[in-house]
Design a protein around this ligand. Structure first.
Ligand SMILES: Nc1ncnc2c1ncn2[C@@H]1O[C@H](COP(=O)(O)OP(=O)(O)OP(=O)(O)O)[C@@H](O)[C@H]1O
Length: 345
């Protein structure tokens, strides 16, 4: 549905690309990356809002590289919502419909459904200035979805909503994507959102795509140390390989499979590290005795740092579990790292 063919942009002093990317029809694609990585710029390039220095952009079968935004047939929902300040909510939504020449009973029925589901019925006669950030975001979503674009570009569309409503709107976006078959391309900073909504995605860093693939793969099998750190793989170590084992300093860890090279990096998620009482016999090959160096309470979860010889392992546990076990700094524990949780980079 979207194909970027060696795309380069040069906006001010920020060089981007060359990028190659294919987003399939009907994908819910999530673009992640640290602040300033170039995510919004890429979205804007696809929409036709920033000039292309080199390469091509295809949407469907059409080469849209030189087409103006209004001829690309994409919807866009911005972080700052970009509603017309002098029009009411109703007029803002209708403007999009008229502009795209979408009329008829089907459109009216969809509009009614969207107004109801995004709960903006009571806002229709107001102007954007008199709406909260979350209300403006909902109006912008209705305006973009009402024209039934085959490609919808979303720049953090849920960021101004409270957590409960955010989850609900995420569910709504997924339902709309499923029922329309449209392709969604969404920038997000929220990992939970990326995992819950996206089927495919990418991580961007300094104007380049570090990894493209299934969202779960990005979180479980990062392709580079940068992606591993970005997606929260707190345990990332240099290692030497000996057949099916990795040596991280003095720790010998069993790997899921033998490695054909001498050295590299191993990474595993803190959520996959298990903490057992010192005396327990955990059913794992990778068991290490250590001392809790730090126990940080995050409310519903605890982050533990455990010193095992000179290696510091990080584990995330449900807070209830950590309290039940009486975990605190100085306690001796057994740490288990399931081999299948270890990813080799
Ligand atoms: N119109 C512009 N003119 C010049 N520089 C720009 C323009 N838009 C963005 N930039 C610069 O390009 C870089 C990438 O910006 P971009 O907004 O794409 O980042 P981002 O990944 O979306 O960040 P965030 O997550 O903070 O929204 C930044 O250094 C920014 O200052």
């Amino acid at each position: 549905m979207i194909r970027l063919d060696n795309l380069s942009l040069s906006v001010s002093s920020f060089p981007m690309g060359p990028l190659c990317l294919t987003v399939g029809e009907g994908d819910f694609f999530v673009l992640m990356g640290p602040t300033g990585a170039g995510k919004t710029l890429l979205l804007e390039a696809i929409a036709g809002l920033v000039p292309v220095a080199d390469g091509r952009i295809f949407i469907g079968a059409r080469d849209v590289t030189r087409l103006p935004p209004e001829r690309r047939e994409v919807g866009i929902v911005y972080q700052d919502q970009s509603l017309f300040p002098h029009l009411t909510v109703r007029e803002n939504i209708r403007y999009g419909l008229r502009f795209k020449n979408r009329t008829g009973p089907g459109t009216e029925a969809l509009l009614d459904r969207l107004v109801e589901e995004l709960r903006i019925g009571h806002l229709l006669e107001r102007r954007p200035l008199h709406l909260s950030g979350g209300e403006r975001q909902r109006v912008a979503l209705v305006r973009a979805l009402a024209v039934q674009p085959s490609l919808l570009l979303l720049d953090e569309p849920l960021s101004a909503l409270d957590p409960a409503f955010r989850e609900e709107m995420g569910g709504l976006l997924r339902r709309i994507r499923n029922s329309t078959g449209a392709t969604f391309f969404m920038v997000t900073h929220d990992f939970t959102e990326a995992l819950a909504l996206g089927n495919r995605g990418a991580v961007m860093n300094r104007g380049r795509l570090e990894q493209v693939g299934e969202v779960r793969d990005i979180f479980l099998r990062p392709a580079s140390p940068f992606v591993a750190r970005f997606v929260g793989m707190k345990n990332l170590f240099r290692a030497r390989f000996q057949g099916p084992h990795a040596l991280v300093r003095n720790l010998r860890m069993r790997l899921p499979r033998p490695q054909g090279r001498e050295s590299g990096k191993v990474a595993f998620r803190p959520e996959h590290v298990e903490i057992w009482p010192e005396s327990a016999r955990a059913p794992h090959p990778n068991l290490f005795s250590g001392t809790i160096a730090e126990c940080l309470d995050h409310g519903f979860t605890c982050r533990l740092t455990v010193s095992v010889d000179s290696v510091r392992l990080t584990a995330h546990l449900p807070a209830r579990e950590a309290h039940r076990m009486g975990l605190c700094a100085g306690r001796r524990v057994t740490v288990a790292v399931p081999p299948e949780a270890i990813h080799v980079i």
